[in-house]
Design a protein around this ligand. Structure first.
Ligand SMILES: Cc1ncc(COP(=O)(O)O)c(C=O)c1O
Length: 445
């Protein structure tokens, strides 16, 4: 069940499910099964040949997970979606379905650190080349295109600095060059921005974050707008060319606009296996029911914190596009009328004070996650982005004194008190180790 006339607050609660069966359960049942019994041999053969839709084995599809997929597609305005075990898997699969062997990706240089690891290390092992560009100037994207370019990747709101891009301009120039644009919409969520409306072809999410909102499961989503033209078989042999795996058929011929999703599911999800469990899908669905409400509350808290931090002498800069002097202030007004989500960063005047501030906080927990109901803080240079070299950190705008906040749903006054008390105390009773000695080894999130 879904209606294109619904506003997101309705879609969050109803899309993809209506009570059915003998008991008509109000919430989506958890189909805790690995496999499905076929009524007869002929049905099994048809389903396995992928010529008829249906569940064969839960690695590639499950009824609970399917509700989440339908709901996510409805929220983002896509034609379908694939859920994955993590956001990292969603980013990887979405790109692997576009990039083959020696192909090339143009990526923003302002990305979550785990995505940078994937692109610079694992993709390099696969023979995929990546050019990182400063995403804020569309000319950089155009200049980086080569004969082999098969994708653009960017974050609608970047992690950790909450920078923005002129999405419509970038998608227009990508399409003119026959290139699809993948947008990681994790920080914004569809409650704040729907990138497909601005030309994005594929939207990915870490559903671990604000979509869930409770920090208790990991998950990812790939949503396809279904509008990109994959018909050129020389450029897209995996979609528009004959494949032995599909009995010599073309995915495009068999599945039309859903060919890309079919490739991602029947090849990459099937072969690599990063499948979301039904229990996790249920947990994410419960979270999504309150998405719009939570995003609005977090945004109100963010604005209070931005105001309080901006006036503090220990703070060198607040990286938030609501600040009138921020380079993306106008883009924020155009693309994000409801705010940019719960994540932003600020720089301390004295980077050596990072450990003391972090250790003094009572409400902001030192935890490598975002989008939780609880407020969280990380030191990107030592934690989430610790494998970026100095040049990459500088390009991403991450300074030694940059701290990222994920603003939760607590009372705004209590959050402001916590941070301002910590900042006021800097320089007093400083027994923590200095930033220079802080570890740079922790593995992500
Ligand atoms: C923007 C963004 N994309 C992707 C990921 C990866 O998601 P996950 O941790 O669910 O694998 C993260 C994780 O922090 C993220 O912030």
């Amino acid at each position: 069940m879904a209606s294109s006339s619904w506003q997101n607050a309705t879609t969050e609660i109803h899309a993809g499910y209506s009570p059915t069966g003998e008991h008509r359960p109000m919430t989506v049942p958890i189909y805790n099964t690995a496999a499905y019994q076929f009524p007869d041999y002929a049905t099994a053969a048809r389903l396995f040949s992928l010529k008829e839709p249906g569940f064969t084995y839960s690695r590639t599809g499950n009824p609970t997970v399917a509700v989440l997929e339908e709901r996510a597609a409805a929220l983002e305005g896509g034609i379908g979606a694939i859920a994955t075990a993590t956001g990292q898997a969603a980013v990887a699969l979405s790109l692997l379905a576009l990039l083959q062997g020696p192909n090339h990706l143009v990526a923003s240089n302002k990305l979550y650190g785990g995505t940078v690891d994937l692109l610079t290390d694992t993709f390099a092992d696969f023979g995929i080349t990546v050019t990182f560009v400063d995403p804020e100037d569309p000319a950089n994207w155009a200049a980086a295109i080569t004969e082999k370019t098969r994708g653009f990747l960017l974050e609608s709101v970047s992690n950790p600095l909450a920078t923005l891009v002129d999405l419509r301009v970038i998608t227009d120039l990508a399409h003119a060059a026959g290139i699809p644009v993948v947008v990681d919409n994790t920080l914004a969520t569809p409650a704040a921005c729907r990138p497909i409306e601005f030309g994005a072809d594929i939207v990915v999410h870490s559903a671990t974050k604000a979509l869930s909102g409770h920090g208790s499961v990991l998950g990812g989503l790939i949503i396809d707008a279904g509008t990109f033209d994959f018909t050129d078989a020389a450029r897209w042999p995996q979609i528009a060319g004959p494949k032995a795996r599909y009995g010599g058929d073309l995915l495009l011929g068999r599945y039309g606009a859903k060919a890309y999703l079919m490739l991602a599911r029947s090849k990459f999800l099937h072969d690599l296996g990063p499948t979301l469990s039904a229990a996790s899908a249920s947990s994410i669905l419960t979270g999504i029911e309150t998405l719009s409400l939570r995003v609005a509350k977090a945004q109100a808290n963010v604005l209070e914190l931005v105001k309080a931090l901006g006036g503090h002498p220990a703070v060198a800069r607040v990286h938030h596009p609501s600040v009138p002097t921020h380079q993306d202030h106008e883009l924020a007004k155009e693309y994000f009328p409801n705010g940019t989500g719960c994540v932003f960063s600020f720089d301390l005047v004295d980077a050596a004070a990072v450990p003391q501030l972090v250790d003094s906080l009572k409400l902001f927990a030192l935890a490598a996650n975002i989008g939780d109901a609880r407020s969280l803080i990380v030191h990107p240079a030592a934690m989430t982005h610790c494998r970026l070299n100095d040049e990459q950190l500088a390009a991403a705008g991450i300074a030694p004194g940059t701290l990222r906040l994920s603003v939760g749903l607590e009372d705004a006054g209590d959050l402001v008190d916590d941070l301002i008390t910590g900042l006021d105390g800097l320089g007093r009773n400083n027994t923590s180790e200095t930033v220079a000695n802080a570890p740079r080894t922790s593995i992500n999130a």
